[in-house]
Write a protein that binds this ligand. Structure first.
Ligand code: GDP
Ligand code: IMO
Ligand code: MG
Length: 426
């Protein structure tokens, strides 16, 4: 079997887009199974920079089929805008993109409610991307969601939109004091999108099943990351889906035996956007170095990312809940020039050693990371292409990651470009 899942091992933005694009050069299928346009995946090919939100990162290869699976929540407007901007960059759309008929549709009331709910939470806001993700998944669980199959049928869409909007407008106005949305305006606008997207819709689970049986090369593309998982992440400061390998099965419509390898993507340090606990966060000049040298600004919202030391406690969680077979460590180049580097090995709380990531946010806030310290390096590593050529201290750092996370590091990123990687096990 020729299948691999690529999954974020931290709080998202680990450089998944880059690694998926690299592996997609020899893939037949790339499948997105979770999340929606909250994702922002960057692919850099020389002068060309592509920002992908809903479209899988295999789209830059004309012979790769890109699947938006049933577990994704699809914002038709954002999808069509993304297609238009990729077309302007020379990408053609034909048989290379398919969307599952069971995928749920993000509608304007989801985005309005996301925004209003965040505002109402005040200082307890999650810091969502305001892309309507939570409200859309809530409707899915509540069994009132509108799926692509409903959306592309004008009669079904008109009827479902009518009853949903009647309910949502009551919540928008009576609960939040917001402005109601106009049924006819939403219907007209979204019917236009449905017409354009209908030809891409099919039962992608069946396509994928046949592809895997035929031994095609398939990549499952993770969005977000393990610590944003609805169950295992820093709840409630998480996203509303399961961006982990188990979630890929439900969201792509395949069983767990369909995934052969699980590659976790992490940065050589840690970042997070939005609110919520972050034990190794740095609010000092090292944090500034990571932000500025690492250009840590969100791909989707442009927000500055919070930065901190690498945390082996969260990576061990990611190894466990994803069943990782190896790790890719990106942005090692960003650490160049930092004199002393640190990796959190475990936490201490009220005099007790904590090795496993705690479920209780208030306990987590009292955890103090315990660090192992490493000497840094000053050599420019951005053109290094083999592990042996890395400075001794960089190798020691990577060896420590393997030891502390109990997972081998198969790939190291030393720059944003597709070519700037070290492979240890291809
Ligand atoms: P994703 O959401 O996991 O796909 O990650 P993002 O694209 O949101 O953020 C990762 C950022 O790091 C992007 O700007 C990438 O171009 C960049 N990047 C990825 N790998 C490397 C690397 O090894 N070194 C450097 N300097 N940048 C990288
Ligand atoms: P990629 O795929 C980083 C975060 C948001 C917020 C929380 C909930 O690019 O790694 P949501 O809009 O999903 O309800 O927001 O999750 N978040 C991400 N952070 N990278 C992402 O995606 C993210 N997608 C959601 O910032 O804290
Ligand atoms: Mg991102």
């Amino acid at each position: 079997m020729n299948t691999i899942a690529l999954v974020g091992a931290q709080w998202g933005d680990e450089g998944k887009g880059k690694v998926i694009d690299i592996l997609a050069s020899s893939a037949d299928y790339v499948v997105r199974a979770t999340g929606g346009s909250n994702a922002g995946h960057t692919v850099v090919c020389g002068e060309n920079v592509y920002k992908l939100h809903l479209i899988p990162s295999g789209i830059l290869y004309p012979n790769t089929v890109n699947i938006i699976g049933n577990g994704v929540v699809v914002d038709p407007k954002v999808l069509l805008e993304e297609m238009a901007s990729l077309k302007a960059q020379g990408v053609e759309f034909g048989k290379n993109l398919i969307i599952d008929v069971r995928a749920h549709v993000v509608l304007p009331y989801h985005k309005t409610l996301d925004e209003l709910a965040e505002k109402a939470k005040g200082k307890d806001a999650i810091g969502t991307t305001k892309r309507g993700i939570g409200p859309c998944y809530a409707d899915k669980s509540d069994r009132i969601g509108i799926r692509m199959i409903d959306f592309i049928d004008p009669d079904t869409f008109a009827q479902k939109l009518k009853s949903n909007l009647a309910l949502k407008n009551k919540i928008i106005t009576a609960v939040y004091g917001g402005e109601p949305l106009d049924y006819n305006a939403v219907l007209d606008e979204y019917n236009g999108y449905a017409k354009q997207l209908a030809k891409f819709c099919c039962d992608t689970g069946a396509v994928l099943y046949d592809a895997i049986k035929a031994d095609k090369r398939v990549i499952f593309e993770g969005a977000q990351g393990a610590l944003l998982d609805l169950d295992s992440g820093t709840y409630p400061f998480v996203t509303s889906s399961h961006p982990i390998t188990g979630g890929f099965c439900a969201g792509a419509g395949v069983g767990p035996t369909a995934i052969k390898e699980c590659l976790g993507i992490a940065k050589a340090y840690t970042t997070r956007v939005g609110a919520g606990p972050f034990p190794t966060e740095l609010n000092d000049e090292v944090g500034d170095h990571l932000l500025n040298v690492g250009h840590e600004f969100g791909t989707t919202t442009g927000r500055a990312r919070r930065c901190g030391w690498l945390d082996a406690v969260i990576l061990r969680l990611a190894v466990r809940i994803n069943g990782l077979t190896s790790l890719a460590i990106n942005k090692l180049d960003t650490l160049t020039g930092i004199k002393k580097l640190k990796i959190a090995t475990h936490y201490m709380r009220d005099g007790q050693r904590v090795d496993n990531f705690p479920a209780d946010i208030s306990l987590l806030e009292r955890c103090v990371p315990v660090y192992e310290e490493f000497d840094g390096w000053t050599e420019d590593i951005s053109s290094v292409r083999s592990y042996d050529e890395l400075p001794q201290n960089a190798k020691k750092y990577i060896d420590a990651v393997e030891r502390l996370c109990e997972c081998k590091v198969s790939m190291i990123g030393v720059g944003a470009d597709r070519d700037q990687n070290i492979y240890r096990d291809r």
